[in-house]
Design a protein around this ligand. Structure first.
Ligand SMILES: CC(C)(COP(=O)(O)OP(=O)(O)OC[C@H]1O[C@@H](n2cnc3c(N)ncnc32)[C@H](O)[C@@H]1OP(=O)(O)O)[C@@H](O)C(=O)NCCC(=O)NCCS
Length: 159
C-alpha cells in the first residue's frame, strides 16, 4: 500500500494526540527529565496548535490505506536581528512513525515535506532536536543535511 503525506485536518487531532503521547513516552526512555500524566496530551496539543497557528507552521499526517501511521510538525520562530543573521528560523519539532510502519521511507517523506514548507517561506536555517542515542532519527536528519551544533548536557543533582 502506498503512503500519502498530507496536511492534518480537524478530524485527525484525536489520532495526533495519541501519537504525540506515544512520541513523548518514547522520549522518556532517552531522557530522565520527561514524564507523562493525565494532562500530557492536552499540553502537547495546545503547544502545537499555538506554534502552527497564523500560517506559521504545519502539521502533517502520513497515511497508509487511509489510516494515520505517522505525523510531523514544524513552525517558524522569529529571532532578534541583532543576534542572528536570519530573523526567521524553522523549528522542526515533532516526527513520529508508528511501530510496524517504520523503515518504509515514511519518516523521510514527512521530513521532506516539513523542509518544503520552510523553503517555500524562504526560511534559511532549520533546526531539530533529538536525543544523542536516537540513532535512527540522527541518521535520518544527517542524510537530509542537518549538522550538529550544540550538545546539551544534563546533570541529575539527586544522584
Ligand atoms: C525516527 C523515525 C521517525 C524514522 O522513521 P522511518 O519511517 O522509520 O524512517 P525512514 O524509513 O524514512 O528512514 C529514513 C532514514 O532514517 C534512518 N533510519 C531509520 N530507521 C533506522 C534505524 N532503525 N537505525 C538506523 N537508522 C535508521 C536511515 O538513515 C534511513 O534511511 P535509509 O532508509 O536510506 O537507510 C522513526 O523511527 C520513529 O518514529 N521513531 C520514534 C520517534 C522518534 O525517534 N522521532 C524523532 C525524534 S526527534
Amino acid at each position: 500500500m502506498s503512503t500519502l503525506v498530507r496536511e492534518a485536518r480537524r478530524q485527525d487531532w484525536p489520532e495526533i494526540r495519541n501519537m504525540m503521547a506515544e512520541l513523548h513516552r518514547f522520549e522518556i526512555r532517552h531522557d530522565p527529565r520527561f514524564l507523562t500524566d493525565s494532562k500530557t496530551k492536552d499540553v502537547l496539543c495546545k503547544w502545537i496548535r499555538k506554534g502552527t497557528s497564523k500560517g506559521n507552521g504545519i502539521v502533517l499526517i502520513a497515511e497508509v490505506g487511509e489510516k494515520p501511521v505517522g505525523f510531523a510538525a514544524g513552525w517558524i520562530e522569529f529571532r532578534n536581528r541583532h543576534l542572528y543573521k536570519e530573523r526567521k528560523i524553522g523549528r522542526f519539532w515533532e516526527l513520529f512513525v508508528k511501530e510496524g510502519h517504520r523503515k518504509n521511507g515514511i519518516g523521510r517523506a514527512l521530513s521532506k515535506e516539513i523542509l518544503k514548507f520552510f523553503r517555500k517561506r524562504k526560511v534559511r536555517f532549520v533546526n531539530v532536536e533529538t536525543h544523542t542515542n536516537n540513532l535512527a532519527s540522527k541518521a535520518l536528519y544527517h542524510s537530509l543535511g542537518f549538522r550538529e551544533t550544540i550538545v546539551e548536557l544534563v546533570a541529575d543533582l539527586k544522584k
